[in-house]
Write a protein that binds this ligand. Structure first.
Ligand code: FAD
Length: 564
């Protein structure tokens, strides 16, 4: 990994083929695809990788069962196809998860309709999904998930999609982009665009959010906006205020596994409005989500409030009658904005497409909408468009997309047939860590798990020393996050490289100081900066607990801490 001074020098001195704005899954995917095709790439992200929607999803790699109801078969086919590509090229990050779809007397669709839908879902995956669906009798559903409401249960369906860690998928995608010479510039905020005399966009202007200094001018033949829900904020000033998006907010809440012990993800229908929700097993925890509400606040201030939490708890308490959870039982929440494409004012009746690559100005394209699941395909289409444009500028290009066959770095030596539990046993034996730690390291880092333990040893840390006693995260992950995975702040490590922020009952407050102690020497922090990191992390936790203030709209608790 380049250090920050080198990143800055690269940004200033290189004429890039493509500058990608936004380090969520979309931008990271584009940077990797473009770098694999041999383009000179800069990825510019104003915060940490995946700090926006890409660490706030439902963490599913799925075909999208809900599209079947609307007969959007093309979208389901696209999703199931990309699901199988990811299972092959990143099996540690796209792991099969069994789902139960319970069917009650009051359900919209009866057993026959659900069975037909399930058959179609398998058919659209060309019957190559991990396993085909199976219809269940009420007693079978009860046996598999004893907590689930059994009154008026008519049947159930068992089917498979995949579970991921959205933040880690984004980071690993960016790591591979960097391995193919892309310059990954996190904590650089794009503040404007370079323009030629004819008005073409010739790159961007960016400021260093962490250490200040003069703005950087980044030259690029093509600039791609991959700013997710920030798209309008970024492009509004340069495109006469055109509105590209109609974002909606979605939140999730986390409960301990002993309160909601699940072995399958359960498809629920919200008691208030019939929307589809999920309750999902998550190691020592379970989570419930998501909501879908219009939200006028900036994506920088997207938080769960008490109304969001009540909405989810109402449904969870209905379907799991013994749960009786209140907001006090909620371990943590997360919230994000869907970057949904607004209807084109010229064609308001058009059905909104899942994603779209848009020509904004000469030299500037934007990609909007989409899903985590289809990020590889979105990136392929965006880079194809970049190449058409660079071609017309007379550059020499190699047009073949390689992402459909090139595994992510953690997938070296693995594919969808790899037995991850057996592999974890090997990791446990080889590195002397407990089995649950080995499984976590394998799921999060794949074949890089050994390198994590080695980074810890070099920093004088015992391989199996846990960050929090009842979770499998280990201190060795902290130096690895800094030296290999672009972590720059305490929040990056506790919220996205590990999931301590979401899974620990204390949300990592007690371990923030030691995290800062381990990161500081690697990043040259003085005492003041170290303390600022710990304070800022506390404010982040406080913000995420805004839902505890009954009836109040969620607002950040504290102003962000200045770091420069
Ligand atoms: C509640 C919810 C649940 C979801 N569940 C699923 C799911 O289970 N499966 C699935 O496939 N999809 C799911 N999605 C959709 C998926 O999460 C998103 O489509 C995807 O994460 C969007 O990624 P992105 O990179 O486009 O946006 P983001 O991840 O938001 O990235 C945009 C980035 O741009 C950066 N940026 C903005 N402005 C600037 C600037 N001026 N300079 C530099 N950087 C800038 C931001 O900091 C941000 O990191 C879900 C979405 C939501 C909201």
């Amino acid at each position: 990994m380049l250090d920050r001074a080198q990143v800055r020098r690269n940004l200033e001195s290189t004429s890039f083929d493509v500058a990608v704005v936004g380090g969520g899954i979309t931008g990271a995917g584009i940077a990797r695809d473009a770098a694999l095709r041999g383009l000179r790439v800069a990825l510019i992200e104003k915060g940490d990788l995946a700090r926006g929607t890409s660490s706030a999803s439902s963490k599913l790699i799925h075909g999208g069962l809900r599209y079947l109801e609307q007969l959007e078969l093309g979208l389901v086919r696209e999703g199931t196809r990309e699901r199988s590509v990811l299972m092959k090229l990143a099996p540690h990050l796209a792991r099969p998860l069994p789902f139960i779809f319970p069917i009650y007397r009051s359900s919209r669709a009866g057993p026959l309709k659900v069975a037909a839908g399930m058959w179609l879902y398998d058919a659209l995956a060309v019957f190559k999904n991990y396993r085909s669906h199976q219809m269940l009798r009420p007693r079978q559903v009860q046996r598999l998930e004893p907590m689930l409401l059994s009154d008026e249960l008519r049947a159930g369906a068992l089917y498979y999609d995949c579970m991921t860690d959205d933040g880690r998928l984004t980071v690993e995608t960016a790591v591979d982009a960097a391995a193919h010479e892309a310059t990954i510039a996190t904590y650089f905020q794009v503040t404007g665009f370079r323009r030629s005399a004819s008005g073409s966009v010739t790159g961007v202007l960016a400021k260093d959010v962490l250490s200040g200094g003069a703005p950087v001018e980044i030259k690029a033949k093509i600039t791609v906006s991959a700013a997710g829900p920030w798209t309008d904020e970024l492009l509004g000033p340069i495109s006469n205020g055109r509105v590209y998006l109609r974002p909606t907010k979605g939140i999730h809440l986390v409960l301990t596994r002993d309160r909601l012990p699940l072995d399958h993800a359960i498809v629920l229908t919200a008691v208030r409005d019939g929307r589809v929700l999920f309750a999902i097993p998550w190691g020592q925890r379970s989570y419930v989500g998501t909501t879908d509400t219009d939200d006028p606040s900036s994506p920088d201030r997207c938080l769960a409030d008490s109304l969001d939490v009540d909405y989810l708890l109402d449904t969870a308490n209905h379907y799991f009658p013994r749960l009786r959870a209140t907001p006090d039982d909620v371990v943590s929440t997360w919230a994000g904005l869907r970057p949904l494409i607004a209807a084109d004012p010229a064609h308001p009746s058009d059905v909104s497409r899942e994603h779209e690559v848009l020509d904004v100005l000469p030299g500037l394209i934007a990609i909007a909408g989409g899903k985590l699941t289809t990020y590889r395909l979105m990136a392929e289409q965006a880079v194809d468009r970049v190449l058409v444009k660079i071609g017309s500028l007379g550059g020499a290009i190699d047009p073949r997309c390689r992402t459909e066959t090139t595994p992510l770095p953690g997938a070296q030596g693995m594919d969808e047939r790899t037995d991850l539990v057996a592999r974890a046993r090997d990791v446990a034996r080889e590195h002397g860590v407990p089995q649950d730690v080995a499984e976590h390291l394998l799921h999060a880092y794949g074949a890089r798990a050994g390198a994590v333990v080695r980074a810890g040893r070099e920093a004088g840390l015992a391989p199996g020393e846990r960050i929090v006693s009842d979770l499998p995260y280990v201190w060795a992950e902290v130096p690895f996050a800094v030296t290999n995975d672009f972590a720059r702040r305490v929040e990056d490590v506790l919220r996205r490289r590990t999931l301590v922020f979401l899974k620990d009952r204390d949300q990592g407050l007690r371990v923030a100081a030691r995290t800062a102690d381990l990161m500081g020497p690697l990043l040259g922090w003085d005492d003041e900066r170290r303390q600022a990191e710990v304070t800022s992390y506390g404010a982040l936790v406080e913000d995420s607990r805004a839902f505890r203030k009954k009836g109040e709209p969620a607002r950040p608790a504290q102003a962000p801490v200045r770091l420069d």
